[in-house]
Every structure is written in C-alpha cells, then in structure tokens.
Write a protein that binds this ligand. Structure first.
Ligand SMILES: CSC[C@@H](O)[C@@H](O)C(=O)COP(=O)(O)O
Ligand SMILES: [Zn+2]
Length: 208
C-alpha cells in the first residue's frame, strides 16, 4: 500500500518508462495506483504520459468520482473494474502499441488473443513453463465506459486462473499487478508477446 505522493511519483516514472518504450504515443494511455485510504491515484485526462508531472495525477474514488476537482482519465471506470475484481491489484497500466493494435484488428471476431509457447509467458502469475497457452481476453472498442466495464466484468471474474490483462480491439492493453514494478513488467512482457504474435501471424500470411 502506498500514499498519494509516492503513487504520483511512481505514476510519473511509469509514464516516462512506457513512453521511452513507444507504448504511450501522443496522449494515449492512463495509469493508476490503489491507495492505502481506499481511494486511487490516477492520471488526469488528456495529458502526455511521457511528460507527466505529479500535478497531472489526481485522486479519485474507487467508483471513479473525482475527489479533487480534476478531470480523471476517460477510461477511469476500467481501472475501477480492475480494483473491484482483483483485490490484489495495486497498480493498473494502459498502453497503446502498433503491434497490439493491428494484431487485435486482424483477429476480427475473436474473443481472445492466444499466446502459446513463449518463454515470456512465465511473467504471468502461476506460469512456470513456456509450454502453455494463455488466452488474453479481447473485446471490441467502445467509448461507452460503463458498457465496456459491464462487458468485461464477467469475463475477468470467470478467468481461471485469473489473468491480469485484457485487450481492447484496435485500442490498447490493460495490465495490472500488486505493485507498480509488477504492473510495468507485465505491460512490457505483454506488449513483447503481442509483437511476437503479430510477427508470426504475418509470417503465416494470416489476418482478416
Ligand atoms: C487520443 S489518445 C487515446 C485516448 O483516447 C484514450 O484511449 C487514452 O488512452 C487516454 O485517455 P485519457 O483520458 O487521457 O486517459
Ligand atoms: Zn486508450
């Protein structure tokens, strides 16, 4: 658990790291941390995540209400959803990448991105061998966040074992962990895996 000042600093640092990795173009992405007082720190809407300042991190309730008058991320309800369904989630990160975007669009009508046989799958909790198949939930994009959260809730609740990531088609990745370090590692690994899956699909002539 963490207080607001420490969370804001960790979120600013995460923005710099994800931007350097090409996972936060323009104003894309949003980040949050669960605070020890039962609220969350989350990025304001519309900020460039590679140039964040602590003043662009705000406090919101776990239901998504602004607690300091600032305007929270347009996707705040997805962060709320993660904290609701995963009591162990301490940090949530949302990234945008070319590979993930085009792969998810190529997998039209699929409800999951299948990732199989990669060493980096061992980043997921409980995975100890590369010889495994992970199905990352994939849902269509929407600007209706209450509807998107309602669609995702049963999907995340049904995942066995729980999987701390999902993908919104043509949009981006959500991944989370107990700490910001864990969430950053998950985002980095998931984006690497999506990149591999996209390159393999291209090699195999796949797509729409
Ligand atoms: C125009 S950048 C993409 C945004 O529309 C959105 O998908 C996003 O990730 C950032 O929204 P934000 O409201 O700044 O948290
Ligand atoms: Zn986004």
């Amino acid at each position: 658990m963490i207080d607001f000042t420490d969370a804001a600093n960790a979120i600013v640092a995460a923005g710099g790291r994800l931007d350097r990795l090409g996972l936060a173009p323009a104003t894309a992405g949003n980040y949050s941390m669960r605070l020890d007082d039962g609220t969350m720190a989350i990025t304001v809407s519309g900020a460039h995540k590679g140039r964040l300042t602590p003043g662009q991190v705000m406090r919101a309730s776990l239901e998504g209400a602004s607690l300091d008058g600032k305007k929270p991320s347009a996707e705040t309800l997805l962060h709320c959803l993660v904290y609701e369904v995963d009591g162990g989630a301490g940090a949530v990160l949302h990234s945008h990448s070319v590979a993930g975007t085009v792969l998810s669009r190529a997998l039209a009508d699929r409800s999951a991105i299948e990732l199989e046989g990669y060493e980096l799958l061992k980043i997921f909790p409980g995975v100890v061998d590369h010889d495994v198949r992970i199905a990352m939930p994939l849902v269509d994009n929407s600007q209706d966040m209450p509807a998107l959260a309602a669609q995702l809730r049963p999907i995340l609740q049904a995942a066995t074992p729980p999987l701390p990531a999902f993908y919104i088609r043509g949009h981006g990745l959500y991944a989370w962990g107990p700490t910001m370090d864990a969430a950053e590692n998950l985002v980095e690994a998931c984006e690497f895996l999506l990149n591999c899956a996209w390159e393999e699909l291209k090699l195999n002539g796949g797509g729409r």
